[in-house]
Design a binder for this molecule. Structure first.
Ligand SMILES: CSC[C@H]1O[C@H](OP(=O)(O)O)[C@H](O)[C@@H]1O
Ligand SMILES: Nc1ncnc2[nH]cnc12
Length: 271
């Protein structure tokens, strides 16, 4: 992230443990920006080893309001060629990993997740893509698979026939947790390959090559997004009030330890 001024890698500890790595804190055009590599620097964490709860909790604790997640994805569509960006608006979950909620342990909550992406933040991401002239599609459904192996050809053909757009391994539970943490969240997926439905097979070397070719575009996009104005006050989509009407356990039944942990995530309710 060359655009990040005065950048410092900063350790963060959360009630859900340490995030994937230290967080790079800096600023772009006077706006504070935090960057967290979800696989860690050097890519030492497999998709199911990513501490997603700690990652989102760390960003929340640092005062982040908007989270743009960037993911490398395979494409199920002929027109979504490598190098294309997709502003993801829906997900289909094929993961089996745990750690998908901050709730439980005596405090039960069910947040709405019908519209998993923040439309206001997606508007700003789209505007940045347009400003930079980058190939993109606004909206698209990401299939999140467990991995770490890529899909079989049969799985890939099935998911393509189901009308899904892209496939990745990390978009969930991240988006679920961002909603519970009352953050605005959108995933910007960068297509690195046609998945196995296409000829040939997916190959990490090819993915890394395409990522390398498009890293400058992704960085320029983050810089452009940071320059765009966030709406003043609470998110009009309600992201900052996601826990209103979601908690079913009465306050007087909340165990102290759980309440204290949740207070680090949503102090307006649990502090
Ligand atoms: C390097 S290919 C597989 C790997 O790439 C994607 O990572 P991310 O979502 O963090 O960009 C995919 O989900 C897999 O984890
Ligand atoms: N084809 C693919 N399947 C799953 N995750 C991916 N990340 C990048 N390409 C992928």
């Amino acid at each position: 992230m060359a655009a990040l001024a005065d950048a410092v890698w900063t350790p963060v500890e959360t009630a859900w443990g340490r995030p994937s790595d230290d967080v790079l804190l800096g600023s772009i055009a006077g706006r504070e920006v935090a960057f967290l590599p979800r696989h860690g620097r050097g890519h030492g964490l497999a998709p199911d080893e990513i501490p997603a709860r700690a990652n989102i909790a760390a960003l929340k604790a640092l005062g982040c309001r908007d989270v743009m997640a960037v993911s490398a994805v395979g494409s199920f569509r002929e027109h979504l060629a490598p190098g294309t960006f997709v502003v993801v608006d829906q997900y289909v979950d094929r993961t089996i990993r745990g750690g998908r909620s901050y709730f439980g342990d005596g405090v039960v909550a069910h947040v709405a997740f019908a519209d998993p992406s923040c439309r206001c933040l997606a508007d700003r991401v789209e505007a940045a893509l347009v400003a930079l002239g980058l190939p993109h599609q606004r909206g698209g459904t990401m299939l999140v698979m467990e991995g770490p192996q890529f899909s079989t050809r049969a799985e890939s053909r099935l998911h393509r026939a189901q009308g899904l757009d892209v496939v990745g391994m990390t978009g969930l539970p991240e988006a679920r947790l961002a909603r519970e943490a009352e953050l605005c969240y959108v995933n910007l997926a960068m297509v690195t390959d046609f998945d196995a439905w296409h000829e040939g097979a997916v190959d990490v070397a090819e993915i890394v090559r395409v990522l390398g070719q498009n890293a400058a575009n992704a960085q320029a996009l983050v810089a452009e997004l940071a320059k765009s104005a966030a709406p003043a006050g609470a998110c009009p989509m309600g992201c900052h009030a996601a826990l209103d009407n979601a908690i079913i356990t009465p306050r007087d039944k909340w165990p102290d330890a759980t309440r204290a942990r949740l207070a680090t995530l949503a102090s307006r309710i649990f502090a």
